[in-house]
Design a protein around this ligand. Structure first.
Ligand code: NDP
Length: 448
């Protein structure tokens, strides 16, 4: 017999499918949350009766705009810009901007939806949003990236504000892009409104530890989760996918905690370095030269495997840190067969639902991105705090705050999972803990 809560959520999900056709990643993200919150709506039917669940699935505002720009040869290009302001029950909309050719409305909606619950889990006063463009920064000169960012901000600025909507980086948007975006915002508004963007450079309002925060936070989460089984990262073999911001700093913290990252990747393939990834070299190639991991393999004389799956490399801990749906059921089976103990998502939704289930069924510790990668946005909120008080904190103090926040998120997920009859299930714990806080705030704020 299907319970009334389940049938209400099923009809609500059918509505989401009907109203958002073709947005597969968004459907996937909604499905996971709805599956997790069944026991919540059984206890608290008012969340369905007051349409809190259906409202949480509908963005407060969706902005789509044209971004015209010229390349170095004077040719005109037209891209599409997006900002989905999903939920502001807990604070101003907060979430990064992604510049990648694959971006469409469904990408931004899935990321914005996830962001609501992630931001709630941090315990900080921030709502959820996300934005971006189908612009591809790869191979573009600094001047082209600047012109694109200026054009993008010339439309987006009217929707932003430190009490309204505060973007940050994501795939394809790092310190360089945030600089150009902030510069244009400042120029148009004639305001040095530091708190309107996070991920800024240290000399112009940025926070220590923000570049490191997502990767460091994921490693802290991994450590805390392993401790629940009396284990740690010390001496562990780790594989990290990607080689961008999140991957780089996940590798750095894993090494500091005594682990050894033996493989990482980009969209062309993966490298295996049994001695442990040489981070100075990787940073030089990826952050300074904006190069490829293939160049790392060439410089170190280690194997580069074009295409293929980085999850074929045996490891104790896997940290998918590139993009959505990059770890499939077959990869999960390989990880299990190779003795993997834990999978910690540095990226957003990198593990498919089938792979997640396969890992959990085999007793692998599984940390969902909305909990494990929340250190980035949490440190963005710390950056906003420093901007508001015109202060700047030391690296050590900021990192300590990040570590405390990650431990609290871990414990909140673990306790909530226990309380709702799913001990050890961090997906259920994260979704319920994230959702209940937002839902309570939405009820309190009335029908808006
Ligand atoms: P970066 O742009 O710095 O790096 C992305 C990395 O992932 C690159 O190595 C890139 O390879 C690879 N990648 C991207 N898209 C694909 C794809 N379609 N197929 C294969 N590989 C791909 O991004 P971040 O490190 O900032 O972001 C990585 C993930 O972490 C994303 O899911 C993001 O949403 C999430 N995240 C980021 C946060 C942050 O603070 N930056 C915060 C929380 C989550 P290539 O260069 O070849 O494209």
């Amino acid at each position: 017999m299907v319970s009334p809560a389940v049938s209400r959520l099923e009809s609500l999900y059918a509505d989401v499918l009907r109203r958002n056709p073709g947005e597969d990643e968004f459907h996937q993200a909604v499905r996971e949350v709805l599956d997790s919150i069944v026991p919540v709506v059984e206890r608290r039917p008012e969340f369905v009766e007051a349409c809190v669940v259906s409202r949480v699935c509908e963005p407060e505002r969706q902005i789509i705009f044209r971004v015209p720009w010229t390349d170095d040869a004077g040719r005109v290009h037209i891209n599409r810009g997006f900002r989905v302001e999903f939920n502001s029950a807990l604070g101003p909309f907060k979430g990064g901007l992604r510049f990648h050719p694959s971006v469409y409305l469904g990408t931004i909606k899935f990321l914005g939806f996830e962001q609501i619950f992630k931001n709630s889990l941090t315990g900080m006063p921030i709502g959820g949003g996300k934005g971006g463009s189908d612009f591809d920064p790869k191979g573009r000169s600094d001047a082209e990236v600047m012109r694109f960012c200026q054009s993008f901000m010339t439309e987006l600025y009217r929707h932003l504000g430190e009490y309204t909507d505060v973007p940050a980086g994501d795939i394809g948007v790092g310190g360089r892009e945030i600089g150009y975006l902030f510069g244009q915002y400042k120029r148009i508004t004639n305001r040095y409104e530091s708190g309107v963007l996070t991920g800024k450079g240290l000399s112009w309002g940025g926070s220590q530890v923000r570049p490191e925060a997502t990767g460091y936070g994921a490693a802290f989460f991994a450590q805390r989760m392993l401790e629940t089984r009396g284990e740690s990262l010390d001496g562990r073999r780790v594989v990290v996918s990607g080689s961008g911001n999140v991957a780089t700093y996940a590798i750095e913290k894993v090494h500091q905690l005594g682990g050894r990252v033996v493989a990482c990747s980009d969209s062309e393939g993966y490298v295996v370095d049994e001695a442990g990834i040489d981070l100075d070299l990787l940073k030089q190639i990826k952050e300074v030269r904006r190069g490829r991991v293939r160049e790392y393999a060439e410089a170190r004389g280690v194997p580069f495997v074009p295409g293929g799956s980085v999850w074929d490399v045996p490891c104790d801990v896997a940290m998918p840190s590139a993009t959505q749906n990059e770890l499939h059921a077959g990869d999960a089976a390989t990880l299990v067969a190779n003795g993997c103990r834990a999978v910690v998502e540095g990226a957003n939704m990198p593990t498919t639902p089938e792979a997640t289930k396969a890992l959990q069924d085999c007793g692998v510790l599984f940390a969902p991105g909305k909990a494990a990668n929340a250190g980035g946005v949490a440190t963005s909120a710390l950056e906003m705090q420093q901007n508001a008080s015109r202060d700047s904190w030391t690296f050590e103090y900021t990192e300590q705050r990040l570590a405390e926040i990650m431990n609290q998120i871990h414990d909140r997920c673990a306790q909530t999972a226990q309380e709702y009859g799913a001990p050890g299930n961090y997906v259920v714990g994260a979704n319920i803990a994230g959702f209940v806080k937002v839902a309570d705030a939405m009820l309190a704020l009335g029908l808006i």
